[in-house]
Design a protein around this ligand. Structure first.
Ligand SMILES: [Zn+2]
Ligand SMILES: [Zn+2]
Length: 473
C-alpha cells in the first residue's frame, strides 16, 4: 500500500513539473540544467544508515539541495524529473588508485612502445580519454591517478574539469617518486608511467616541490624509499597542502611510510608479501587512523575470475570503448594471459589474498577503495565493483563497502566537504544502479544513470522524444 501511495505521489510530482526534453547529456559543453530531481528509487546516502525508500534528490546547478523520502521533498515545479523508481541511487563512486595511461593491456613492455609507434602523444591522449570515459560510465565520478607522465595527465585532468572531455573527475600525482636503488628501477614500467628516481632525501624533497609547483593534486611515493626519503616527501607535500600516497607492500616499507606520516597506505596486504603484517604494525595503523587501500582484486582474484570466465576479456563494451586498433592490440596481448610476466607471482598472492584483506577488516582499520585500474586485465569499466565485491566476500558489510567507496574515500582524498555523500550542499555526483546492492553487491556493475556535477552523462530521461542509450561506454 505504501508503495502504491508513493507511486501516486510520484505521478503527481511528474505531472506537476515541467519535463524538459532537452536535458543536457554527454555533450562536451553540457550545461547543467537549473533544477533536476531524481525521483522514486531507494537512496543510499553514503552514510552507514538504513536506506531511504522511494526517495527524491533535488539538484540545483551542480549542487544537491534536498534529499529524503519523495513524500517529504518538495520538487520544484520547473525541475526536470529523472525517474529512478525500481532502482537504487547512491553517491558517485570514487577510485583512489587508477592509471589512465593503461587500460588492461597485458604487458607494459609492449604497450608503451606500441603507443609510441602509433601516434605517440596523440595516442596517449586518446588512451587517457578512453580510460576516463570508461571510468565515468562505470559510475566512477572521481578518480585519483597514481602514476602517469606529468604533462599529459595534467592536461587531461584540466580538459575534463573544463568539460571538454567526458570523463571521471581527476586528481593526479603525475610521476611517482622512487628510489634509484629500489625495485621500480628504469624498466618499461618506470618509463611508461613517468616514474622519477631519487637518490637522497634532498632530491626527494626537490622533486616533490617541483611536482607541487607543476600543479599535481597528490604525491605518490613508491616502495623502496628510506624513512628519511618519506619524511622529506611528506614534509614538502604537506607544506603545499598535498597528500602523499605510498605504494608499499613489505612490512618495512609500510612501517617507514606510516612513521613518516604518509597519508594513505596503498597496496598494503595485497601482494605476495606473506600476511599478516606484525600485530604491532596493524595496531599502529589502526590507532593512527591511517587509511589503507588494499587494491586486492587485481591479480589475486582477477586471475581466477578470468580462468573461470575468459569471455570477460571480450566484453563487447571493451570493443566499443577502445575502437578497433586498441581493441586488437589489447586482445593480442592477452592471448596467453595466464603466462604473462605480470602474473608471475599470482599463485602466492592467491594463497595470501584472504588473510591480506581480512587483517584490516577485522582490526577495524580505516579502509578506502582503490583498484590499480588499467593494469593487465583490470579494466576501468569494472575494476571498482570487483574490488568492492572482494571486500564484501571477505567480510565487510555491503553498506560499509559502499561507504568505503564513496564517503570514506572522499574523506581520505581530502574532498569530504564536496564529495562522497548525498546530502544538501554536496556536489551532485550520483549514480543509479539496477538492483539492490545491499542484497547483491554486483548490482554496482549495472550502472544505468551517471550524474557528475549535476550533469547527466549516462541514462536519464528521453531527449527530444528519443530514449537515451544506456549502454554507452
Ligand atoms: Zn602503486
Ligand atoms: Zn598503481
Amino acid at each position: 500500500m505504501i508503495r502504491t501511495r508513493t507511486i501516486a505521489l510520484l505521478t503527481t510530482f511528474v505531472s506537476a513539473a515541467v519535463v524538459i526534453g532537452a536535458l543536457s547529456v554527454a555533450a562536451p559543453h553540457a550545461q547543467a540544467p537549473k533544477r533536476v530531481a531524481l525521483v522514486g528509487g531507494m537512496l543510499l546516502t553514503g552514510y552507514e544508515i538504513p536506506p531511504i525508500h522511494h526517495a527524491a534528490v533535488v539538484i540545483e546547478g551542480s549542487k544537491i539541495v534536498a534529499a529524503g523520502p519523495a513524500s517529504e521533498i518538495k520538487i520544484p515545479a520547473d525541475a526536470t524529473i529523472v525517474d529512478t523508481s525500481g532502482r537504487a541511487m547512491l553517491p558517485g563512486l570514487i577510485e583512489t588508485h587508477g592509471h589512465l595511461v593503461v587500460l588492461g593491456h597485458g604487458s607494459y613492455d609492449t604497450w608503451f612502445p606500441w603507443i609510441n609507434s602509433h601516434g605517440g602523444d596523440a595516442m596517449m591522449t586518446r588512451v587517457m580519454e578512453i580510460s576516463a570515459r570508461q571510468l565515468l560510465m562505470a559510475g566512477v565520478t572521481t578518480t585519483v591517478d597514481l602514476g602517469a607522465p606529468l604533462k599529459p595527465i595534467l592536461a587531461i585532468r584540466d580538459r575534463i574539469n573544463k568539460g571538454d572531455v567526458v570523463g571521471s573527475r581527476m586528481l593526479v600525482s603525475g610521476p611517482w617518486i622512487a628510489h634509484l636503488a629500489g625495485a621500480a628501477g628504469s624498466g618499461a614500467m618506470q618509463v611508461g608511467f613517468g616514474g622519477l628516481n631519487i637518490a637522497t632525501p634532498q632530491e626527494a624533497e626537490r622533486e616533490t616541490e617541483r611536482l607541487a609547483a607543476a600543479g599535481v593534486d597528490v604525491i605518490k611515493a613508491h616502495a623502496g624509499l628510506t624513512l628519511e626519503d618519506y619524511k622529506a616527501i611528506v614534509g614538502a607535500a604537506h607544506r603545499h597542502g598535498i597528500k602523499v600516497y605510498a605504494h608499499v607492500y613489505a612490512e618495512q616499507d609500510v612501517r617507514h611510510a606510516l612513521d613518516a606520516g604518509v597519508d594513505i597506505l596503498q597496496h598494503v596486504g595485497s601482494a605476495g608479501t606473506a600476511p599478516p603484517y606484525s600485530k604491532e604494525l596493524i595496531t599502529d595503523i589502526v590507532n593512527a587512523g591511517r587509511p589503507v587501500v588494499v587494491t586486492a582484486a587485481h591479480r589475486a582474484w582477477m586471475y581466477e575470475d578470468t580462468a573461470a570466465f575468459p569471455e570477460r576479456l571480450q566484453d563487447p563494451d571493451l570493443r566499443k570503448a577502445f575502437g578497433p586498433d586498441i581493441y586488437a592490440e589489447v586482445q593480442d596481448s592477452l592471448k596467453t594471459w595466464w603466462a604473462l610476466a605480470y602474473f608471475q607471482r599470482t599463485d602466492r598472492e592467491m594463497l595470501y589474498r584472504e588473510r591480506g584483506v581480512k587483517q584490516f577488516i577485522e582490526a577495524g582499520a580505516v579502509m578506502g577503495m582503490g583498484t590499480d585500474s588499467g593494469t593487465p586485465m583490470n579494466f576501468h569499466s569494472e575494476a571498482l565493483w570487483r574490488e568492492i565485491k572482494v571486500h564484501v566476500d571477505m567480510g565487510m558489510t555491503p553498506m560499509r563497502a559502499i561507504a568505503a567507496a564513496t564517503r570514506v574515500n572522499a574523506q581520505i582524498i581530502g574532498k569530504a566537504r564536496d564529495l562522497g555523500s548525498i546530502e544538501p550542499g554536496k556536489i551532485a555526483d550520483i549514480i543509479v544502479v539496477n538492483g539492490n546492492p545491499l542484497f547483491d553487491i554486483t548490482a554496482l556493475s549495472h550502472v544505468e544513470i551517471v550524474m557528475k556535477d549535476g550533469v547527466v552523462y549516462k541514462g536519464g530521461p528521453a531527449v527530444d522524444g528519443k530514449p537515451r542509450s544506456t549502454g554507452a561506454k
